[in-house]
Design a protein around this ligand. Structure first.
Ligand code: ATP
Length: 293
């Protein structure tokens, strides 16, 4: 057993996102292709004398009580395994918040993983996923990582081969989007067939290692709601395309936009262009991450 552990919580983008229908219980049935990227929050878990869970973070506006997903994740395993130590969680956020990048879910997944290691709980990856889904539909994927098809409410996962090598530019404009409101305004049961992206085409492109095909076939049905409300998203996409992106799209419910580039030179140039046009506050140049847990 260890007294402390350092962890990386990696962000995701959606290479494709379709919503099949709204269920009677209000949940939405989705079909999404998830991709982990090398943009991450850093966490340190530490056993401490002071009882309870203490969360500290570099972002003043994030909750540090039971409303933070890292608190919830630690508490879940503490209760189940009757862990009496105090736990301190230091969270250094870099993943844009409320941005469609599953930042909170990645943090929670890291805490579940880290607690399992720190206390030698002996939980398998599947055991951790079963517990994670109680806190959020994206958490099982954040435990798995890599390229994957997510179905159901996002928790049914089928691993895919890694996406082809590329450079990914991330740009988060300075606006906030509520995931819940975006799904509510989609009216998922009234979508026309042509509004649904071709998820199977993207899967074929990944299997065929066809980066240009993948970039051309990408689609996100949630753009229907978020883009008209926030035209800056379209402007960022256009800027990235003008700079040579093979494709550019909104991730999750937005407002983060990502662009896919085949060379680092083009991606760097696009980075400078997005910054110079002041289209986004947070801009990062990164790559896909394909090591699974
Ligand atoms: P998704 O892609 O799953 O929709 P998201 O990127 O839209 O996620 P998050 O950044 O995970 O959204 O967080 C959304 C809200 O959750 C924030 O407004 C914040 O108050 C709350 N939250 C709780 N815990 C965390 C955390 N560890 N990191 C970020 N936000 C958190």
């Amino acid at each position: 057993m260890k007294d402390k552990i350092q962890l990386k919580a990696l962000a995701k983008i959606n290479l494709c996102l379709d919503v099949l229908r709204r269920r009677e219980d209000g949940y939405h049935e989705v079909r999404m292709i998830m991709q982990t990227i090398s943009l991450y929050d850093e966490l340190e878990l530490r056993k401490v004398k002071q009882p309870g869970i203490q969360v500290r973070t570099n972002l003043y506006y994030l909750p540090t009580n039971e409303n933070n997903l890292v608190y919830k994740a630690a508490d879940l395993l503490r209760e189940e395994f009757r862990i009496t130590d105090g736990i301190s969680i230091q969270l250094q956020k870099k993943i844009p918040v409320a941005a469609g990048m599953a930042g909170g879910s990645a943090d929670a997944a890291a805490v579940l993983w880290g607690m399992n290691q720190m206390y030698g709980l002996g939980l398998s990856r599947k055991d951790l996923m079963d517990r994670g889904v109680r806190l959020g539909a994206d958490i099982p994927y954040c435990i798995l990582r890599g390229t994957a098809l997510a179905e159901g409410i996002g928790e049914q996962l089928a691993p895919l081969p890694p996406m082809p090598k590329c450079y990914i530019l991330i740009a988060k404009p300075g606006i906030s989007v509520s995931t819940r409101a975006v799904y509510e305004n989609l009216h998922a049961n009234d979508l026309r067939p042509e509004q649904h992206p071709d998820v199977d085409a993207v899967i074929s492109d990944i299997r065929g290692r066809d980066l240009a095909g993948l970039s051309a076939h990408m689609g996100n049905v949630l753009e229907e709601v978020t883009v008209p409300a926030h035209p800056v998203i379209d402007r960022i996409k256009k800027c990235m395309m003008q700079e040579g992106a093979l494709g550019a799209m909104m991730s999750g419910s937005g407002p983060t936009v990502f662009g896919i580039f085949d060379t680092q030179g083009k991606a760097r140039k696009a980075y400078r262009a997005v910054r110079a046009a002041q289209l986004a506050r947070q801009v990062y140049l990164t790559v896909p991450y394909n090591v699974r847990r």
